[in-house]
Design a protein around this ligand. Structure first.
Ligand SMILES: [Zn+2]
Length: 390
């Protein structure tokens, strides 16, 4: 049994290790003395953390630097050549797999046609085989696998690394995804939901550890992830960022998949737009069909997408007023539609206090389909550090 003091101590050392890695990765510090100065830590503490990271193979000493009087400092570098991280972004119809180095850079991606509705074991078997093949057939095949991450399209209990109550994932609730992957690979594993990992990936592609952001995925469904001081914020029960079931007056009594009525999802999601167009006898089947119509400047589809952006903006304006983030990033299929982004932006600006919008960025996410892979890679790296410094 670990005492509260011990676990606080261990959380502190992990935080120190992460900050050290971050400064080395960004090139902001290359020696122990620079690290000590920038982190306001005792040189002996920095030496200890650096030693742990060297033993772990995450960083190494690479020659000596310029002397500023006294002994020339040894230069510290990330050992991107020492291992590989594999991350799978599991969607409803297909899986995207990414291979990253130990600095979190994405080296290669691959797509698999695997459907989650065939259940967890078949899906994970296909994912694990593809991951192993990708790692072995790469130019860095001799590096070995250091950690594995999986992004799932449903709520994940991160304490047990399993899926909770997913409506679109039959057979998955309660299945211990993390345990299955740990048995398969024998390395640290993370499992999280797609909106969280996308938010983490986009945040760190755009902003740093001192910033706060919200990334909203607007596609067939709507989800969002919250980043506070560069870290994922999950909330008390892991449901933070679930804006889709916020009640909105415009949705009136429209029944929602959650059993309630009048949720944002029923009027602003891609699925809702498909339904609304079908009611007007426009034959569309998927969110992609709706977006294709907007690209052809179809007036009915474009108006519906713009209205969906206004509804999303209405819900997000209270979130933004309350949370005061540096940025609101939009990703998913709908974010590829400029009228949608413009509608969200104008509704948020209209509904927020000038103090929260004066420096607020509202824009399409820059990482596109790689956001979840990048965010997953980052969490895996943290897990590798946690495991090593426990
Ligand atoms: Zn709902």
């Amino acid at each position: 049994m670990v005492s509260a003091t011990q676990s606080a101590h261990s959380a502190g050392t992990q935080q120190q290790s992460r900050r050290i890695l971050e400064l080395i990765a960004l090139g902001s510090a290359t020696s122990r003395s620079e690290l000590a100065k920038q982190l306001s830590l005792a040189p002996s503490t920095v030496s200890l953390r650096v030693q742990e990271l060297v033993e772990l193979g995450v960083i190494h000493e690479d020659g000596v630097g310029e002397s500023r009087g006294g002994r020339r400092p040894r230069v510290l570098r990330l050992s991107e050549s020492r291992g590989q991280i594999l991350v799978a972004d599991v969607g409803g119809q297909h899986v995207r797999i990414g291979r990253l180095d130990l600095t979190g850079s994405l080296l290669e991606t691959r797509s698999l046609d695997v459907r989650v509705d065939q259940g967890p074991e078949k899906t994970l078997r296909a994912v694990a085989d593809a991951m192993k093949d990708m790692a072995a057939s790469s130019a860095q095949g001799d590096r070995g696998i250091s950690g594995v991450g999986v992004s799932l399209p449903g709520p994940v209990d991160v304490r047990t690394n399993s899926v909770e109550l997913p409506s679109r994932m039959p057979g998955w609730p309660g299945f211990a995804v993390g345990d299955w992957l740990e048995d398969e690979f024998g390395v640290p594993v993370i499992v999280d939901n797609d909106a969280n990992l996308m938010a983490l990936g986009e945040h760190h592609a755009q902003l740093g550890a001192e910033h706060h952001s919200i990334t909203v995925k607007a596609g067939t469904a709507i989800g969002s992830g919250i980043i506070v001081n560069g870290q994922l914020y999950r909330g008390a029960s892991g449901a933070a960022g679930d804006v889709t079931h916020t009640r909105i007056a415009a949705a009136e009594a429209e029944p929602c998949s959650c059993g309630n009525t009048g949720c944002l999802e029923t009027v602003a999601s891609g699925a809702a737009l498909v339904r609304q167009l079908n009611r007007q006898n426009v034959q569309v089947r998927t969110t992609a069909d709706v977006l294709a119509l907007t690209r052809l400047a179809d007036p009915v589809a474009t108006t519906l997408v713009r209205t969906a952006g206004t509804y999303l903006g209405e819900v997000l304006s209270s979130v933004v007023n309350f949370f005061n983030p540096d940025a609101l990033f939009l990703t998913g299929g709908m974010a590829s539609c400029e009228p949608f982004i413009a509608a969200v932006r104008s509704r948020v600006y209209e509904g927020c206090h000038p103090l929260v919008t004066q420096n607020l960025r509202i824009e399409a996410a820059s990482t596109g389909p790689d956001a979840g892979l990048l965010g997953g890679g980052r969490l895996v790296l943290e897990k590798i550090l946690d495991t090593a410094t426990d």
